[in-house]
Design a protein around this ligand. Structure first.
Ligand code: ZN
Length: 166
């Protein structure tokens, strides 16, 4: 018995010790690797035993049925919505291969559309040439200097004499 066959037998050793082979048990007592793996498996199962599935809310089935009826009764918005509702509520299996094909086509078309839209969006954000960029910076600097000049003029004593004294 080697480690691979012993590890394959570990679930048997844990869940049904009588079914596990004696060779696997003997290997495990001799091999610390397999013994450690067995201990980990034991710990995992012990943890799983403590887990409790959450309770389903009361009247879950009734609420679900009501919502399904509401969705079925509501007028579908468009062809995409109609297709979606047919896919959701139609239990006829004969349509499924066709629907899978249609959905695959939609996915391909959607992916292609996204690709095309990203391509067509790129020219909307053209790379500025360094010269244009520098000119824009100079323009902004000039605006800032003008603003500073205005502030300084406002603060000058000549303007203060015209301003109402308060
Ligand atoms: Zn081993």
């Amino acid at each position: 018995m080697n480690c691979t066959t012993c590890k394959a037998a570990l679930p048997d050793l844990l869940l049904d010790p009588s079914a596990a082979s004696v060779a696997a048990r003997e290997h495990m007592t001799a091999c610390p690797d397999c013994a450690a793996e067995f201990a980990e498996l034991q710990a995992t199962f012990a943890l799983l035993d403590t887990w409790e599935a959450p309770e389903v809310s009361p009247y879950f089935d009734q609420k679900l049925a009501v919502r399904l009826r509401e969705e079925q009764a509501a007028p579908p918005a468009g062809w995409l919505e109609r297709m979606r509702s047919r896919l959701l509520f139609n239990t006829g299996r004969q349509f499924r291969p066709a629907m899978v094909g249609v959905m695959a086509l939609l996915l391909i078309a959607g992916g292609g559309g996204i690709g095309i839209s990203t391509l067509s969006h790129q020219p909307q954000h053209p790379q500025l040439s360094p010269a244009v960029n520098d000119l824009q910076i100079l323009d902004r600097n000039e605006q800032a200097l003008e603003q500073v000049d205005q502030i300084l003029q406002d603060d000058s004593p000549d303007d203060n004499s015209d301003a109402p004294q308060s």
